[in-house]
Design a protein around this ligand. Sequence first.
Ligand code: NAP
Length: 528
Amino acid sequence: MTLTGDMLIGASAVRGSAGTQRAFNPSTNAEIAEPIFGLGDAADVERAATLAAAAFDTYRSLPLATRAAFLETIAEKILALGDTLITRAHEESGLPIARLQGERGRTVGQLRLFAKVVRDGHFLKATIDPAQSRRQPLPRADLRLAKLPLGPVAVFGASNFPLAFSVAGGDTAAALAAGAPVIVKAHSAHLGTSELVGRALQQAVQAHGLPEGVFSLLIGAGRQIGEALVAHPAIQAVGFTGSRQGGLALQKIANARHQPIPVYAEMSSINPVFLLPAALAERAESIGKGFAASLALGAGQFCTNPGLVLACDGPGFASFLKATHDALAATPAQTMLTPGIHAVYQTGAQKVGATPGVETAVFGADAGDRPNAAQAALYVTDAARFLATPTLREEMFGPAAIVVRTRDLQEMLQVAEQLEGQLTATLQLGTADHADARRLLPVLERKAGRILVNGFPTGVEVCHAMVHGGPFPSTSNAMFTSVGAESIERFLRPVCYQDLPDALLPAALQQANPLGLWRMVDGALRQP
Ligand code: NAP
C-alpha cells in the first residue's frame, strides 16, 4: 500500500489544504521524505462530522452479527498490511520491532474481543419490568431498558501506542462496537502509521457496505482540527490519551459547548509501588530487578509506568536499591517517541535531581550521541521531603522514578493519603505483611483503578475484568475504564421504553427474545 499523505473522510481520500507536514524519525532526528501530509482544517472537520451524523442511525441499527464481522474485518485488514505497517511504525516511533509486533497483536485482539462482546449482546443490558396492570394502589406500565450508542465519537490517537491506542485502537474499537461512528485525529508522531491503519479501516467499511461516515481520519494541529472536532455539535463523546494539559483543554471545550459532552481522557499517573517490610526482607533483590525492568520498559513511555516507590526502611531496603541501581545502570538508553517528549523528560528528570533533599541514585547508561535517547534515572528521598514538595508527585513521562524511604507504615499511609488519583497501585507483600496491607488497601481503593500484588503495573491485559482508569488526574472520569470489554460503557446510554407495542421495540427487548440474550426480567436474570 502506498502512502499518499491524504486524510480519509468517509470513502474519499482528501488532500488537506491548511499546510503540510512530514513525518519524523526520532531515531535519526530527521524528517521522513515521503509522503508529504496535507493538514486539515475546520471545513474537513465539518465534512467528516456531517458524514458521521448521517451514518449513525443506519450503522447502529445493523444486525449485531454484521457489526461484529466488521470489527473482525478491520483486524484482518490490519494484519494484511504485514511488515509495511511494522516498519513504518518503527520508523516513526523509534519503538522496537518486537514491541510493535506485540502491539499489533493486542490491537487485533481488542477488535476481536469487541466482536465477541457485540455478538454476545450482554452490553445492551436488556432489562424488562413487565406491566402489572392489577398492582395496587397503582398499576405499573411495561418498562424495558436497553443501552444505545451515544452518537459519533472523536478519538485522539496516543503518541505512545501508535497501534493499540490510535486509529483502530481501544477507543475506536469500543466506540464502533457500541454502534458509534468514529472520527480519529491522527497523532502527529505517527502520521504514516495512522494512514495505513486508516486505509485498512476504510476498506473494512467498504467491504461490509456500511455508510461511509462510519469512519474518518483527520490530520492536523490539535489547536485547529482537534478543538473544532470536540466543539462540533455532531460529536457526542471524546476518547483521549495524552498529557494532563491536553486532556483538560479538550474537557474545557466539551463543557463549554451548548450541549456539553463527556471527554474520556486518560492523562497522568505515577503508579505507586509499596514495598512492605516482609517483602523487602524476603526478596529485596528480585523486587529491585523486576521493578527496574518495569520502569525501563519501552523507555518508560507507558501510562502505567511505576514512577514512585514507597519503601519501608529496614532489612532489605539497601539491597533493593542496589539491585535496582545495578539493573538501571546497565540499561541502554532508549529512543523516545518525539523530540518534544524527550525534552520534557530530560528537563523533568533534571529538576527532580536538583531538588534539595533528593539524591540521584542512578542516571543510567550514557546515550552517547544518539538523538532523543533517554537514560533511566532513579532518585531517593524521604517521606518528609516528598510530602513537602508537590512537584515530586508529578508524572515524569519516561524511565525515571522516585524512591521514598518511609520510617514505618504510618508514614507510608500518610504519603499514600496525599497522592492524587492513579491508574494503578502495587503492593509487594511478604507472608507477614497482610496486616499492613489491610490498612493500606482502603486508601488505595480510593486512589486507584487497579490494585496489584507482587507484580508490576506495566502490561495491561485486554479482558473482561480489566480496569484501566482511576480518579483524576489519571483520568477525567473514574467511573469508566479505557481498556477491556467494559470500556464500551463509555459510549452507551440507557433508554427506557414504556408501553411500546412489541413490533416497535428494539429486537433486544422484544417478547420473543429474537437475539437470544440473557435478560433481566422482573429483577431476575433469565436465560434465553
Ligand atoms: P498531548 O500533547 O496531550 O497530545 C495528544 C493529542 O492531543 C495530540 O493529537 C494533540 O494534537 C492533541 N492536543 C493536545 N493538546 C490539545 C489542545 N489544547 N487542543 C486540541 N488538541 C490537543 O500528548 P503527547 O503529544 O502524546 O505527549 C506530550 C506529553 O503527554 C508527554 O510528554 C507526556 O508527559 C504526556 N503523555 C502521557 C501519557 C500517559 O499515558 N500518561 C501518554 C502520552 C503522553 P497536536 O499534537 O497535533 O497538537
